[in-house]
Design a protein around this ligand. Structure first.
Ligand SMILES: [Zn+2]
Length: 347
């Protein structure tokens, strides 16, 4: 290693010392599928998380189609049960329900897990269950994935064609109740009409935990410049997703990821950018070919970025941010500071 390379690696060490925040990770559904095993986090996840210096992780409860509607609620509860069991097995992770608990976990050098929900299918149409999930530790909720549910519709993976219906009455109730409880409302995946509805009935800084700019990937699942500005006006944060940076495989690169970061920062300032990697290549690889085809037909074919496809690669991101001239102060905001501001204010 040359002296220059060494100094860059030391700079990355310093920038990562307090831990990187990734606001969206599909770990709970994988823990559920591996529920006959113990210490899954320690064996399957920790090596990459620790190599990448991940400090805080949004762990998303998500229910696959095959469990709906009959056992969606039970699978969601079991996913949370697996998270608690894994945390108890001394896996160096801690489930956190408040900003203070996040700080405490970090002080103990544990990875802070924030339980999030991607799609309110587990609630069915029962608002009382929101209280139950809150008590279990869910602290951020996105109303929908790509499909329709009792709260509203997801944005389609196409330039047009999402439902124009906006939120249902139930969806609006969920949003209002989230604000009462202090649960973050996550705008990732919601249809454009639902996006506007949520902003019209909330007052706090909004987040989009994992998304990309439509400038580079023109689908309604991603966000327009107007939507990015709406988040910025309310001092919200947008987590840049690593699996939808471009419709083209050859353009799905680390540099294109940083183009999304720059684009959001150009529109609303560096304070509006965070990370929501959405790494799921490890799950995708476990799927049979038939299921990959099903996902390609229903949604899209994800293009994983070769040097940014799992948590151990987060140092590659920081290195490239340095190479592209980002200051330490701005890198720190992207990697951690902006999400921490949101957690401090909302949790
Ligand atoms: Zn998602």
């Amino acid at each position: 290693m040359t002296a220059k390379e060494k100094s860059i690696e030391e700079r990355i060490d310093r920038l990562h010392a307090d831990g990187v925040v990734d606001c969206h990770f599909d770990m709970p559904m994988d823990l559920y599928e591996k529920r006959n095993r113990t210490n899954v986090v320690a064996t399957d996840y920790l090596p990459e998380l620790e190599t990448g210096n991940i400090g805080i992780l949004g762990a998303a409860i998500y229910i696959e189609d095959r469990y709906l509607p009959e056992i969606g609620l039970r699978v969601a509860l079991d996913q949370i049960a697996r998270l608690y069991a894994e945390a108890e097995q001394g896996a160096r992770v801690a489930i956190c329900k408040s900003y203070q608990e996040i700080l405490g976990a970090r002080k103990d050098r544990k990875i802070a897990l924030l339980i999030t929900m991607e799609g309110v299918e587990p609630l069915g149409t029962d608002l009382d269950l929101l209280r139950v999930f809150y008590e279990l530790g869910v602290r951020s909720i996105g109303l929908t994935h790509a499909r329709r549910n009792a709260a509203g519709d997801g944005g389609v993976f196409a330039p047009t064609g999402s439902s124009g219906d906006g939120l249902t009455a139930f969806g609006r109730d969920v949003v209002r109740q989230c604000e009462v409880f202090g649960v973050i409302v996550d705008l990732a995946h919601i249809s454009p009409a639902g996006f506007e509805d949520i902003l019209a009935i909330t007052t706090r800084p909004p987040i989009v935990s994992h998304t990309n700019a439509r400038k580079y990937y023109e689908i309604e699942r991603n966000v327009t410049n107007e939507q990015i500005k709406m988040i910025g006006e309310r001092r919200g944060v947008i987590g840049v997703n690593a699996v939808l940076v471009s419709p083209k495989k050859e353009e799905s690169t680390l540099d294109r990821y940083i183009d999304h970061v720059e684009h959001v920062a150009d529109l609303i300032g560096i304070e509006g950018v965070g990370i929501g990697f959405d790494f799921f290549e490890f799950i995708y690889r476990q799927w049979p070919e038939s299921k990959r085809k099903e996902v390609a037909a229903k949604l899209t074919t994800p293009h994983f970025i070769p040097d940014l496809s799992n948590h151990s690669h987060s140092r590659n991101l920081t290195r490239r941010l340095i190479e592209r001239g980002f200051s330490d102060e701005n890198i720190e905001k992207i990697l951690r500071g902006n999400w921490m501001r949101i957690f401090k204010e909302l949790l």
